[in-house]
Each structure stands twice: as C-alpha cells, then as structure tokens.
Ligand binder design. Sequence first.
Ligand code: ATP
Ligand code: MG
Length: 164
Amino acid sequence: MGEGGFGTASPEETEAAGAALAALLEPGDTILLFGDLGGGKTTFVRGLVRGLGHPDPREVASPTFAIHHRYEGGRLPVDHLDLYRLEGVEDAMAWQGVLDPLDDPSGISVIEWPERLPWSPEGLALELYLQRGDGEFRRQLRPVFVGDRGDRIAAAWPANVGPD
Ligand SMILES: Nc1ncnc2c1ncn2[C@@H]1O[C@H](COP(=O)(O)OP(=O)(O)OP(=O)(O)O)[C@@H](O)[C@H]1O
Ligand SMILES: [Mg+2]
C-alpha cells in the first residue's frame, strides 16, 4: 500500500505528523524511517515522543554517538535507534546487542537508517519514507503499511495523520 502520502512545509508540521501518529500506536509496534540525511526522521520521532506524552521531547536529537535512546514517562516507552554508523557491520553478535531493545513488546520501536538491519524486526507496522521537496522546508512523507498492525494504522491514518 502506498496511499496516504502528504507534504509538510516546516519542521513543526513534520513533528505534528509524528504526534498524530502516536495516538494510533499500540505496544510492540515497530516503525522504520527511511530517507536522506536531514530528511526529517529525528524531527518526526520528536513529535511522536511528544504525542505519547513524554515529559521532555526536546531531548530527542539525532544521536551523535549513542545508537539507542529510550524515552519513558509517556503513554508507551519508545526505543529510538539510529543505525547510520552500522553500515557494513555483519557480525551477528554485534547486532544482537544493538537490536536487543526491539525485543521489548511493551513499547514502540522507531528505527532510523533501517537499510542497515540484517533482519526484519518484530512488530513491523509502518515504513515511512521522508524525502526533500522543493525548497529548504518542504518534505514528502510516504507511508507503507505492513501486516495487521499496518492495516490498523492505515484505517485511521487519513483522518488523523494525513493527507489533510
Ligand atoms: N518540513 C520539514 N520537516 C522536517 N525537518 C525539516 C523540515 N524543513 C526543514 N527541516 C530541517 O531539516 C532538518 C531535519 O533534521 P533531522 O535530524 O530531523 O533529519 P534526519 O532525517 O533525522 O537526519 P539524519 O539522517 O542525519 O539523522 C532539521 O534541521 C529541520 O529543522
Ligand atoms: Mg536523525
């Protein structure tokens, strides 16, 4: 399914989309965020964490050194992974440690640079593709809904997230 894509015209609008998606999420849902450097993936996660009621979503940043951040204190905990630095890592043991947070069925997992993943994660619900559009502040967001979890989100997406 490739329907439900829409554009944003500012970081705030991309954050708002993440916050709107948050309301549709259930424990164990996994979201993959594809797109170029500066595409708006972390901005979207900040909105999602805010939408879940985390006390300080400003903490959400593109992790410089850490690959994993966990945000607690909202409706559901969020494990945020950025796999950018793991290009070319094939050691299964190394991956096991990195991906351990994905085994927690009680929270949400959101993964930047999921192209690096050596296997498909549990609970996959949504792949979101973020692309730059015309002008500095424009981004295109295109969802691909996956499996039963994805069907649930797809049903509520047009009224809650986009397009308007
Ligand atoms: N419409 C928009 N949506 C999201 N971000 C935008 C938009 N317009 C401008 N920006 C800017 O683009 C940048 C997006 O950065 P962000 O860290 O979210 O990207 P990213 O996809 O996580 O990149 P990386 O792959 O480096 O982690 C921010 O500086 C943000 O202010
Ligand atoms: Mg980022």
